[in-house]
Design a protein around this ligand. Structure first.
Ligand code: TRP
Length: 348
């Protein structure tokens, strides 16, 4: 068996929120600390962010620091994981260029994530070419690091499928060169897609329904207290519903039974508390107060570490430079293999 390598990443278009945390960040830290992986690369995908923010490079630039701070605060350890900046690795666009010849326009048009994004951004008949091709560039991101494992949310499934197709096509045309990666999805449904605090499926800055890792404690409290619950649960004595009840979805994603028992000693487990809610007699405020404490247990230390790192951005930039250097070594190696396989390594 070959070595196990992780590659994953985020677009620097804003601070990371609790959806990122349960959907991938928490897992990355576990994987990093498991010792099962020989190399771990976490990419701040600024070039991909520019594919739909070409008019606002300053926003992308500013958010590189924010995302790096979120990573470090959440427990990404630069001694174990390489954090890198996409645009500082010229091998990536070069790989993209060779892969572009292996993908058809109609195949890109069928990519469900790209389709949804085109709609959301009203690109329709004015699709920027760079945006249209970003799944190919993402295949370059993944294959450049010879990644075996890509821990991401389910919205990235089409990107992984596209990448695997490119790998197979490349290997069959030019000989076994690239590594075919596997997606690694979050374990539970609640973590797969954490809803916004208003119960809407998508968490987004413009909807104002996110809890950010960098939010102060008061803000988190305010957001939880105004969370969407069960509109039919009017009186405490009314039976309550769990489906679509955001507070319980968040508890599923964050709470350990031990915390439930500690903060609400009437219950041994979260399931017991849910049963009570369904029967009636358990008020929303009590459940929300539990969630606030659970979130504080997780977010408190993150917030604390984040503010420490934020005081020393030159350290953060050193981390990025070091991670990017290591990333360049590996991607340069892949690029030379790719060119050799294609027979375009002219040794004149
Ligand atoms: N597309 C990812 C997102 O929108 C970011 C990303 C870019 C990525 N390159 C990647 C994720 C490579 C995993 C692997 O969040």
């Amino acid at each position: 068996m070959g070595k196990k390598v992780i590659l994953t990443g985020d677009r620097p278009t804003g601070c990371l929120h609790v959806g990122h945390y349960v959907g991938s960040l928490r897992r990355r830290v576990e994987l990093q600390n498991s010792g099962d992986y020989e190399d771990i690369f976490i990419m701040i995908a600024d070039q991909q962010a520019l594919t739909d923010n070409a008019g606002n490079p300053q926003k992308v630039r500013d958010n590189i620091d924010e995302v790096a701070l979120d990573y470090l605060a959440a427990g990404i350890d630069p001694g174990k994981s390489n954090i890198l900046v996409q645009s500082m690795i010229p091998e990536l666009p070069e790989l993209t260029l060779y892969y572009m010849n292996l993908v058809t326009v109609s195949r890109l048009q069928r990519n469900p994530t790209v389709k949804a994004e085109i709609q959301m951004r009203n690109f329709e008949s004015n699709i920027p070419v760079g945006f249209f091709c970003y799944p190919i560039s993402q295949a370059a991101d993944i294959t450049a690091f010879q990644a075996t494992t890509v821990p991401v949310g389910e919205d990235q499934e089409p990107m992984l499928e596209q990448t695997r197709e490119i790998v197979r096509k490349f290997n069959s045309l030019y000989g076994e060169t690239l590594v075919e990666p596997e997606i690694m999805l979050p374990e539970s449904a609640a973590c797969l897609r954490l809803p916004g605090t208003d119960g809407k499926a998508k968490m987004s800055k413009s909807l104002g329904n996110c809890i950010y890792l960098s939010d102060p404690e008061e803000e988190v409290k305010r957001r939880v207290m105004s969370m969407y619950t069960d509109p039919e649960h009017l009186q405490v004595s009314d039976p309550g519903h769990l489906e679509g009840n955001t507070v319980f979805t968040y508890l599923d994603a964050f709470a350990e039974d031990s915390q439930v028992h500690e903060y609400c000693p009437d219950y041994a487990t979260l399931d017991e508390m849910k049963e009570h809610y369904k029967r009636g007699g358990l008020g929303d405020v009590k459940v929300k107060k539990l969630l606030i404490r659970v979130l504080q247990d997780v977010l408190g230390p993150i917030r604390q570490r984040r503010s420490e790192y934020a005081k020393d951005l030159s350290y953060v930039h050193e981390v990025l430079k070091k991670g990017t250097e290591r990333a360049r070594e590996v991607s340069a190696d892949t690029l030379s293999k790719v060119k050799a396989s294609m027979g375009i390594d002219y040794n004149w």
